[in-house]
Design a protein around this ligand. Structure first.
Ligand SMILES: Cc1cc2nc3c(=O)[nH]c(=O)nc-3n(C[C@H](O)[C@H](O)[C@H](O)COP(=O)(O)O)c2cc1C
Length: 360
């Protein structure tokens, strides 16, 4: 998938805009103000709904935010919002359920920070059910990283992440039925790049994929603020573009060779690649893989390490099995995500819908 899409060279769109659902009486706000407001610190006396706000700051595929939350006095259910599926890039809903896992992990960390201990119902294969009990408040570095985490889709500075920090990332990501494969040697990283380029070309040649991606792209702040979801150009390090110019520029700027050049530069600038692998290819494992990725991403953020997905080889089914074979995975295993990591300054943060809009 891709915000990853190098979209467009064009004029920057501007920002004072109508703002929905961001506090009483506010009629205009800039993109930056909304992005900051949704990441305000967790209230000292946070209730479950406030913890849901932190849950929604999780990574999620195409920023579709494919979730709904149902609260009762000591239970939380995280339900798939199937109206937000992305069938072209994610026909089996793997990314959708992984995104629910990412949100569950943020929820558990936020709740624990306020003395609300959540336990996930074992073996969830659809909706996630969390029972909450009182306990001693515990704020971890992962919790503190929740509002700062982002996928940084830029060229990194080439520095190497030390082995001691790789060990911390691996420890944070450890999860039931999930393992992490680090690829740190240049030739192995070049091999991954080849898989990315060929799977990217396949996606770029797939009309349904491009149509779906375009539906979730937001080319300027006004578009991003209107829906508060989707992939905003600036969050991928791309210029913004006035809406009227999009049909004129998009077909010329969004090309297979342009995208491939960009991925090559981004991957070669990274310190390494981490592949998340599920022991089995089912929903319960996809949810666990999402939780594991979210902890990895939060630990990376706490350590000042940037990361981004380069998932093309695990999204195109034919390429996924070839890639799994190259990695030497077992017959039942599934490669869930491919993550590059390294060092880079942050890009603008992405938006989320108001928490009231994701409650059942
Ligand atoms: C399961 C999953 C798959 C994803 N795949 C990709 C991907 O292939 N390429 C990419 O650039 N981002 C990918 N993302 C990142 C999302 O686009 C990103 O989390 C979302 O736009 C919100 O931005 P943020 O994480 O910076 O807050 C993925 C995220 C998840 C959870």
């Amino acid at each position: 998938m891709p915000t990853r899409r190098s979209v467009l060279k064009g004029a920057a769109a501007t920002a004072a805009l109508p703002l929905a659902g961001c506090g009483e009486g506010s009629t205009v706000a800039s993109y930056a103000a909304v992005a900051e407001e949704i990441r305000r610190p967790l209230a000292a006396n946070a209730d479950l709904m406030e913890c849901v706000r932190y849950a929604t700051l999780a990574a999620n595929s195409h920023n579709t935010q494919p979730w709904q939350f149902e609260l009762s006095s000591n239970k939380v259910a995280i339900l798939p919002d199937l109206s937000r599926r992305t069938p072209a890039v994610d026909p089996d809903d793997h990314h959708l359920y992984a995104s629910l896992g990412c949100a569950a992990e943020n929820f558990l960390l936020a709740a624990r920070a306020r003395g609300l201990y959540g336990a996930l119902e074992a073996g969830a294969d659809g909706p996630i059910a969390i029972a909450v009990d009182a306990g001693r408040p515990e704020e971890t570095d992962l919790f503190a990283a929740i509002p700062k985490r982002q996928c940084t889709r830029s060229v990194y500075d080439g520095r190497t992440v030390p082995a001691s920090e790789l060990a911390l990332l691996e420890h944070a990501a450890a999860g039931e039925g999930i393992r992490l494969v680090f690829l740190m040697e240049k030739p192995r990283i070049e091999n991954v790049l080849e898989y990315v380029l060929s799977a990217n070309a396949a996606q770029m040649g797939d009309e349904a994929f491009v149509r779906e991606l375009k539906h979730w792209l937001r080319f300027n702040e006004a578009q991003a603020l209107a829906t508060r979801d989707g992939l905003f150009s600036a969050c991928s390090g791309n210029p913004t573009l006035p809406g009227w110019l999009v049909p004129l520029v998009f077909p010329f700027a969004f090309t297979t060779s342009g995208e491939n050049d960009r991925y090559a530069e981004q991957i070669r600038s990274s310190s390494g690649i981490a592949v998340f692998v599920s022991a089995r290819d089912d929903r319960a494992h996809w949810i666990e893989a999402g939780r594991s990725f979210q902890r990895f991403a939060l630990k990376a953020t706490a350590l000042g390490i940037a990361h981004a997905f380069v998932n093309q080889p695990v999204e195109v089914p034919a390429s996924r099995s070839e890639f799994a074979g190259w990695l030497g995975l077992g017959a039942e295993e599934r490669p869930d995500f491919i993550i590059r990591f390294g060092y880079a300054p942050p890009l603008p943060m992405s938006l989320r819908r108001d928490v009231r809009d994701v409650m059942v």
